[in-house]
Design a protein around this ligand. Structure first.
Ligand SMILES: Cc1cc2nc3c(=O)[nH]c(=O)nc-3n(C[C@H](O)[C@H](O)[C@H](O)COP(=O)(O)OP(=O)(O)OC[C@H]3O[C@@H](n4cnc5c(N)ncnc54)[C@H](O)[C@@H]3O)c2cc1C
Length: 320
């Protein structure tokens, strides 16, 4: 048994170090210790973990994230956690981490809170703060069952280095593969650098035909922008590659200028662009929610507005 230990897992060591900083703070309050699970070859890595606040390190060498899928990783983590029964398990919300957390909570019959922005204690009860309803609200929630399984988005906390003296335990697990690969296919990539772009022009279903993308591409060119889109444009219509879609299930962008063209502004899209500095919206419908996000609204037909906008910018550039 662990007392009220705080255990950390990520298949990426740097993310585990970030979580350990939070784990240290929580375990200090609980008067307990921090633990970290390392999968794969741990020999060279344990020192780094002890330097990043891990009091105990559990190495499971026979399971390796490079070779094994999330099913096997989750099973290994679940076995370590079942033996320790910590008070809190912090998992980095990577693709693998999200699957591991869900599996773990299910197998321990305990609660799981995903994408938590903050974790705090009320006596020993665990409280989390997280976005809910597609990012429209922030909810504070409290765990009713333990261990509390929590996922944290990458880079939410900063790793701290402390001179530590962590102990190491090699753990044997018995894991069973539950999912087999059928096929691996490369996803079409456009090379879009949306996350770092200073200007993004995003197109939505206001565009009527794929051929009309030329109109938007002209504006993108004169602005030196990156082209983004809503999910229906890439996912349903397949007019642009998947890596151009912005929103809840796509990219998160934060450009200086975001021009939304024929985009209605549903919350699933808006969560991916609301950190943009200046937002321009072009939409025929004056009641489209995107106008509420915009600093500058143009209620008009994109087929008239886009060529006019492109020409004006071209002229300004020629004069400059
Ligand atoms: C679980 C889940 C996750 C999702 N994730 C995402 C996500 O990550 N990103 C995302 O974008 N969506 C996502 N969606 C879909 C989302 O809910 C919306 O359906 C989508 O964003 C709408 O796309 P749109 O604005 O292109 O289309 P529409 O909602 O159809 O809007 C088209 C807009 O174009 C305007 N328009 C029409 N003609 C013109 C014209 N000639 N000139 C100017 N304007 C015109 C219309 O007034 C309208 O406002 C998700 C949905 C679910 C359920």
């Amino acid at each position: 048994m662990s007392g009220k230990a705080v255990l950390v897992f990520s298949e990426e060591d740097n993310l585990a170090f970030e979580l350990l900083a939070l784990a240290k703070q929580l375990s200090n309050q609980l008067g307990s210790w921090t633990g970290a699970i390392i999968l794969g070859d741990g020999e060279d890595r344990v020192v780094k973990f002890t330097e990043h606040c891990a009091d105990k390190i559990f190495v499971v060498s026979e399971v390796d994230p490079q070779r094994n899928g999330p099913d096997v990783i989750a099973e290994a983590v679940a076995q370590v956690v079942s033996n320790m029964l910590p008070h809190i398990v912090l998992i980095a919300a990577t693709k693998i981490g999200k699957e591991v957390a869900a599996y773990l909570a299910q197998s321990l019959r305990t609660g799981c809170a995903s994408g938590c922005l903050d974790v705090s204690l009320r006596d020993s009860q665990v409280e989390v703060t997280r976005f809910v309803m597609g990012g429209r609200f922030l909810a504070r929630q409290i765990f009713e069952s333990y261990p509390a399984v929590i996922t944290i988005p990458p880079h939410r906390f900063q790793a701290i280095q402390l001179k530590g003296n962590g102990s190491v335990e090699n753990v044997k697990v018995t894991v069973q593969k539950r999912i087999s690969k059928l096929e691996f296919r490369a996803v079409e990539k456009s090379g879009a650098e949306l996350e770092d772009a200073e200007v993004v022009v995003a197109i939505g279903r206001g565009l009527k035909r794929k051929d009309d993308l030329k109109l938007v591409e002209e504006l993108v060119k004169v602005l030196g922008a990156e082209l983004g889109c809503t999910r229906p444009i890439s996912g349903d219509l397949k007019w642009l590659p998947e890596d151009r879609h912005i929103g809840l299930s796509g990219k998160h962008v934060r450009p200086k200028l975001y021009i939304a063209v024929g985009v209605s502004g549903q919350i699933q899209h808006v969560v991916g662009m609301r950190d943009s500095k200046t937002v321009v919206c072009v939409n025929t419908d004056p009641n489209a929610p995107m106008h509420k996000e915009a600093d500058y609204s143009i209620v008009g037909d994109l087929y008239k507005v886009l060529p006019a906008l492109t020409n004006i910018i071209k002229r300004i550039k020629e004069k400059a």
